[in-house]
Ligand binder design. Structure first.
Ligand SMILES: [Zn+2]
Length: 158
């Protein structure tokens, strides 16, 4: 199954949320840190929290509409319902407790599983094992809000 595209994650022709790219080379709102998972390959992390805040601020100031930010593809909503890890915090848009986290993995050798939705822990393990990337997406299954939350990339062990 090909994973649906989400805001901030490789959408050609669309401005990535907060002016950042999934590669973490955006001009602002990016914090990069390194974590050492159970796997032997370390994963670098790009945190998109500040980019999310900037987009939500734009929405509150009327620079983008709710339709612009609550546009999750039906496949993304379906994957979030069945694979998504529940977050115990309210949606930043509709305030309902329907937020889920799930992840998409891209790596050499994944073949038909490239871009498939996974549970976050499984996606990170797969990215480390296959030396690829896992893109964690926050989705509200009530209002369709969605945003790239973090990107994990395999890097050489130190
Ligand atoms: Zn919502």
């Amino acid at each position: 199954m090909q994973g649906p595209r989400t805001r901030g994650a490789k959408q050609p022709g669309r401005r990535p949320a907060g002016g950042v790219s999934p590669n973490g080379d955006g001009p602002r709102g990016i914090r990069v840190r390194s974590v050492k998972p159970k796997q032997s390959v370390a994963l670098g992390v790009v945190d998109y929290t500040l980019a999310k805040r900037a987009l939500l601020r734009d929405w509150r100031h009327g620079l983008v509409t709710r339709l612009d930010i609550c546009d999750a593809h039906p496949e993304l909503l379906r994957a979030a319902r069945y694979l998504g890890e529940e977050l115990h915090s309210p949606c930043p848009v509709c305030r309902n407790y329907e937020l889920r986290l799930l992840a998409y993995v891209y790596a050499d050798g994944l073949k038909q599983n490239n871009g498939r939705a996974f549970e976050v822990s499984e996606a990170k393990a797969l990215a480390a094992e296959r030396r690829g990337g896992a893109y964690v997406v926050e989705v509200c299954t009530y209002c369709s809000w969605n945003h790239l939350s973090a990107a994990f990339h395999a890097r050489s062990a130190v």
